[in-house]
Design a binder for this molecule. Structure first.
Ligand code: C2E
Ligand code: CA
Ligand code: CA
Ligand code: CA
Length: 273
């Protein structure tokens, strides 16, 4: 039994070492990812429910790792947040998204909006608002066409995301959305306190909307709540015409999901006519 204990300890140590090594290697690789141009953005369309027209693109980060292939954000954003690398990476994302928007404007798509995800760590960074302001100026981005997406947890007390930072962003003219709405600790008081423009209903509530009357009720309630506060409401993860029909009946403003288009490289983005 003694040996067994030692063996499992050694096994434990070996696993830990492999994990830290993996972690370290990934961190080093992520560090180089920007300079080696391994990061890229995919864009997913958002459609206006009433007209069916594509009216925005959400920028979604991808990492083209030389050995691992395409790494999904869920597999490296937590590490980027932990190490602080999300600050330079987030700036790269914003700049790249605004550059892409400029290219689309130049080809005549002047009404398209751009949505960019933020992480909590970025908002805590002292220079964040100045960075956004600089990127907008450098890329001649019309601020009103940019929406920054935050999550509910980022609005929580103590998360460092103050009303003041969001007010300053709003002063620049950008719009703010709450992503994955309904999944976090949504104290509805936050909706009043923070200068928010849009709510994005998490796809968790959309997935079973046809069968689950609870989910359907929640989605409907979020649309009503949003509208009563003067916010626009987006449904995420819409995968079928049937789901879209229900959301349309509930008066949801915008929809996003595989039913309209997956995230794709800019060259494949389904630009509106
Ligand atoms: P998110 O912001 O909620 O983005 C939506 C995610 O759902 C994307 O996954 C998208 O590909 C996926 N999706 C879209 N439509 C559907 C659908 O109809 N069905 C299903 N099953 N999935 C759908 P992705 O690209 O893997 O991104 C995952 C998360 O990583 C994002 O969730 C966001 O939180 C984060 N992320 C992505 N890019 C960035 C970034 O540039 N910065 C930061 N901070 N986070 C990012
Ligand atoms: Ca998002
Ligand atoms: Ca989301
Ligand atoms: Ca998310």
């Amino acid at each position: 039994a003694k040996d067994e204990g030692r063996d499992s300890f050694q096994l434990y140590q070996a696993t830990m070492n492999a994990r830290s090594l993996e972690h370290l290697a990934l961190e080093t690789a992520l560090h180089r990812a920007i300079s080696r141009a391994e990061l890229l953005l995919h864009f997913q369309p958002l459609v206006e429910v009433g007209s069916g027209q594509i009216m925005a693109a959400e920028a979604l980060l991808r990492w083209q790792h030389p050995q691992l292939g395409v790494v999904a954000p869920a597999d490296f954003i937590p590490l980027a947040e932990e190490t602080g690398l999300i600050v330079p990476i987030g700036e790269w994302v914003l700049r790249q998204a605004c550059e892409q928007h400029r290219a689309w404007r130049a080809s005549g798509h002047s009404r398209l909006r751009m949505m960019v995800n933020l992480s909590a760590r970025q908002l805590r960074d002292e220079g964040f608002v100045d960075m956004v302001s600089r990127v907008l100026a450098d890329t001649a981005m019309p601020a009103a066409q940019l929406t920054l997406e935050l999550t509910e947890s980022m609005l929580m007390e103590g998360s460092g995301c103050t009303v003041e930072v969001l007010e300053r962003l709003r002063t620049l003219g950008v719009r703010l959305a709450i992503d994955d709405f309904g999944t976090g600790y949504s104290s509805l008081a936050y909706l009043k306190r923070f200068p928010i423009d849009e709510l994005k209903i998490d796809r968790l509530f959309i997935r079973d909307i046809e069968r689950n009357s609870g989910d359907a009720a929640i989605a409907e309630a979020i649309v009503k709540l949003g509208h009563s506060l003067g916010l626009r409401v987006v449904a995420e993860g819409v995968e079928s015409a049937a789901q879209f029909a229900i959301l349309s009946a509930h008066g949801c403003d915008f929809a996003q999901g595989y039913h309209f288009g997956r995230p794709v490289a800019a060259a494949e983005f389904p630009l509106p006519d």
